[in-house]
Design a protein around this ligand. Structure first.
Ligand code: TXA
Ligand code: MG
Length: 315
């Protein structure tokens, strides 16, 4: 069921059942992070392998301190500036966080989502919510309640509808090793904003072999339709006769009907493009096309995070 009833969501979560929650990045599939039963249900509903750990969500830095052993100085600076927001911190976990949540890692991923409805919900819970993106494992993350309902509606009792996600890309994940800060996943908070605060950071690029975090899995966030990256004009020429959809940054490619085309931002705005990306991918994926062609954005700011998702959709 889809609704806006926070009380009902709380009742369900208190029974160790799951509720999909809105955040500014993407919708999450939430359950009591301290309950093995709820956490196991999250893995089951998503069909997610147990080696892929979950982010925990809460509404204040004070509460975060209950679940982590300590907060390094750089993490503290980032938390003060960007929390709540599209940033996830990897921190040494406390014993009260079940190993199932972190897939056995001594680190726990922590996030304060910037969404009024969900902050209100979290403030009324006496446990943090474990919440991966509310999609089947490997598929595109949901940015509306309807997206969640389409795929998981029959498997979960409640979807809290907080409107379309304002950022539209998953959070940026950052960890700390000694004095070094390391980006494990590009996301809704641009690396430039992080570096402006704490100086240069290292960005891990994804690999298929031995990923440190499965968010680095090369093939992920993927539609079912074949997906290729490149210059639409060249590829359209190469694949003449096929039913093709195009995702472009700001240009209209007249060779393709407007119905089969997603223009992410006519004015070339990265934030607008990010907001439209996943809904656009889902839409084209529903049209029964032979191929989706996407062009890359300029490699800066959120353009880089968008390109990361496009590359993984194509992998
Ligand atoms: O914006 C977001 O981060 C959304 C919303 C719902 O908060 N959540 C999200 O969760 O994208 P998920 O599970 O789809 O992606 C979380 C990523 C995974 O790739 C996981 O491997 C990584 O975070 N992760 C979680 N806990 C970790 C840990 N302890 N160590 C390393 N990586 C971790
Ligand atoms: Mg996900």
């Amino acid at each position: 069921m889809i609704g806006k009833d926070i009380k009902q969501a709380i009742e369900i979560l208190n029974k160790e059942q799951l509720v999909a929650i809105p955040t500014e990045t993407v919708y999450g599939l939430g359950g009591n992070a301290l309950s093995s039963k709820a956490v196991a249900e999250i893995f089951k509903v998503k069909n997610r392998p147990s080696f892929d750990p979950l982010i925990i969500h809460t509404d204040s830095l004070e509460k975060v301190k209950k679940y982590v052993a300590f907060i390094p100085e750089q993490a503290m600076l980032l938390a003060r500036e960007f929390m709540p927001g599209s940033l996830t911190l990897l921190l040494p976990k406390n014993n009260n966080i079940p190993d199932l949540v972190t897939s056995g890692s001594p680190l726990v991923a922590v996030r304060l989502p910037q969404h009024a409805m969900t902050l209100e919900l979290l403030s009324q819970l006496d446990f943090p919510l474990a919440a991966p993106s509310a999609n089947p494992f490997g598929y595109i993350s949901p940015t509306t309640a309807q997206h969640v309902n389409n795929q998981l509606g029959k498997k979960i009792p409640y979807i809290l509808d907080g409107g379309p996600c304002e950022i539209g890309l998953e959070s940026t994940i950052i960890g700390f090793e000694g004095d070094e800060a390391i980006i494990f996943r590009r996301g809704g908070l641009a690396v430039e904003s992080i570096e402006a605060l704490i100086g240069p950071v290292k960005v891990l690029t994804h690999s298929t072999s031995n990923p440190k975090t499965p968010g680095q899995l090369k093939s992920h966030y993927a539609p079912r339709t074949d997906f290729e990256i490149g210059d639409p004009v060249m590829l359209l020429d190469q694949y003449q006769g096929k039913k093709i959809g195009v995702i472009s940054f700001s240009k209209n490619y007249e060779q393709v009907s407007l119905a089969n085309q997603i223009i992410l931002s006519k004015s070339g705005d990265f934030s607008e493009a990010a907001r439209n990306l996943f809904a656009g991918m889902r839409h084209l994926d529903s049209l029964g096309l032979d191929l989706i062609i996407a062009e890359l954005l300029p490699e800066k700011d959120l353009g880089r995070a968008i390109n990361d998702r496009l590359r993984r959709a194509a992998a």
